[in-house]
Design a binder for this molecule. Structure first.
Ligand SMILES: Nc1ncnc2c1ncn2[C@@H]1O[C@H](COP(=O)(O)OP(=O)(O)O)[C@@H](O)[C@H]1O
Ligand code: SF4
Ligand SMILES: [Mg+2]
Length: 317
C-alpha cells in the first residue's frame, strides 16, 4: 500500500466472545490514518473502544478482521521476530503508571529490558542509552533515578519512567492511552508538554487517547471521535471544536468546560454505549436528540462535510 500515512487501520474490527450473548464488538470497521509526526486524538467516553483500538494498532491485540498497516507494510497478523521488530517502532503508554511498573524493580531494570530485548544492547552501550532516555524524559541526575523503585517516585515521575520505557526501542509511533488522567491536575500540563517536545525531538506520531476534548485540542492536529466501537467523526482539531458535525461530538463539547457549546447534558446520556454484535443502525441512536426512523435501521456511512472533516450522521446528507 503506497501511503502518505505512517499507521493505518483499515476496517479494523475487534470482537470479544461472550457466553450466552452476542459477541461484543469493541472496535467496528474502524478506518483511521496517522501521518508521520502527526498527533491524532481519539476521544470518547469510557467503554467506547478507544483502548482496544489503540492496543490493536500497536499489536498488543490481534484484530478479528480488517488490517493494520505500518510504514507501507501490513502488520495485522505478524508474530514472533516480526512482531518484536514492530514493537521497536510502535509502543503504548498506559493510563496508570503505578500499575504498569513492577514495584520490585528499579527504574534501571525497567528500562534495561526493552533496551536488551528490542535493541539488543548490552554493557556500556546499554548504560549510555539508558542515561540518554532518562535525560530525554527529564529524570536527572540519572544516577539517582536509575536506582529508584516505583514507590519512591511521584506520579508524574512514574509516568516519565513509563514514557522512557516506551521510548527505549526507538519507536516512531506511540499510543498514549489517557497518559495524564490518573495524575494530579497540577502535573498534567508538564507531561503533555513533555510528550509534545518528544514528538519534536524524535519525530514521533501519536495516537492520544483521552475523554477530555480540551487536552485533545491542545495536543492533537486532528481529533477522531469514537462512540460504541465506531468512529463517528474526524476533523482537524480546530474544525471539530468550532464546527462539530455529529450530535455526539456536540454533546461531548457541551460537557467540556470553557467550550462555546457548553450546555446541560440531556437525560438520555445515562446508558452505556451498546457494543453488541446484533446492534443495528447508528450507535448513537439510543441517546441522540435528533434520532430519526432510519437511524435505528442502517448504520450511516462517513460523509465528508468539509475538507478533511467527516462525520457518520444522516443529518449531514
Ligand atoms: N480483553 C477483553 N475481553 C473482553 N472484553 C473486553 C476486553 N477488553 C475490553 N473489553 C470490553 O470492550 C469494551 C471497550 O473497552 P475499551 O476499549 O477499554 O474502551 P475505552 O478505552 O473507550 O473505555 C468494554 O465493554 C470492555 O469491557
Ligand atoms: S445518524 Fe441519526 S441517530 Fe445517529 S447521530 Fe445522526 S441523527 Fe443521531
Ligand atoms: Mg480506555
Amino acid at each position: 500500500m503506497a501511503s502518505k500515512f505512517l499507521v493505518s487501520a483499515d476496517h479494523l474490527t475487534i470482537r470479544f466472545p461472550r457466553t450466552n450473548a452476542p459477541d461484543l464488538i469493541a472496535s467496528r470497521a474502524v478506518n483511521l490514518d496517522i501521518a508521520a509526526k502527526e498527533t491524532v486524538a481519539l476521544v470518547g467516553e469510557s467503554g467506547s473502544g478507544k483502548t482496544t483500538t489503540g492496543r490493536a494498532l500497536v499489536r498488543l491485540l490481534t484484530p478479528s478482521a480488517g488490517n493494520v498497516w505500518f510504514d507501507g507494510k501490513e502488520v495485522t497478523h505478524i508474530r514472533g521476530q516480526a512482531l518484536m521488530r514492530y514493537h521497536r517502532n510502535a509502543q503504548m503508554i498506559f493510563q496508570d503508571p503505578f500499575a504498569s511498573l513492577n514495584p520490585f524493580h528499579t527504574v534501571a531494570h525497567h528500562l534495561s529490558r526493552p533496551l536488551t530485548r528490542l535493541r539488543h544492547l548490552k554493557g556500556h552501550e546499554r548504560e549510555e542509552a539508558l542515561d540518554e532516555i532518562l535525560t530525554l524524559v527529564g529524570l536527572t541526575p540519572t544516577a539517582i533515578y536509575r536506582e529508584k523503585y516505583p514507590h519512591e517516585l511521584s506520579g508524574g515521575q512514574r509516568q516519565r519512567v513509563a514514557i522512557a520505557r516506551a521510548l527505549a526501542g526507538g519507536p516512531s509511533f506511540i499510543v498514549a492511552d489517557e497518559p495524564v488522567s490518573m495524575l494530579d491536575v497540577s502535573l498534567r500540563a508538564e507531561i503533555l508538554t513533555l510528550l509534545e517536545s518528544l514528538q519534536e525531538r524524535r519525530g514521533l506520531s501519536y495516537l492520544y487517547i483521552t475523554h477530555d476534548l480540551a487536552s485533545a485540542r491542545y495536543l492533537a492536529h486532528r481529533i477522531a471521535v469514537m462512540y460504541g466501537g465506531s468512529l463517528v467523526e474526524i476533523a482537524p482539531a480546530e474544525d471539530l471544536i468550532q464546527a462539530p458535525a455529529h450530535p455526539y461530538t456536540r454533546l461531548l463539547l457541551a460537557a467540556t468546560p470553557g467550550s462555546a457549546h457548553t450546555g446541560p447534558l440531556p437525560e438520555t446520556m445515562q446508558s452505556a454505549p451498546d457494543l453488541s454484535e446484533d446492534r443495528q443502525g447508528c450507535p448513537f441512536a439510543p441517546r441522540c436528540p435528533a434520532v430519526m426512523d432510519r437511524c435505528t435501521k442502517t448504520m450511516p456511512a462517513m460523509i465528508t462535510v468539509a475538507d478533511g472533516h467527516q462525520a457518520a450522521c444522516y443529518l449531514n446528507e
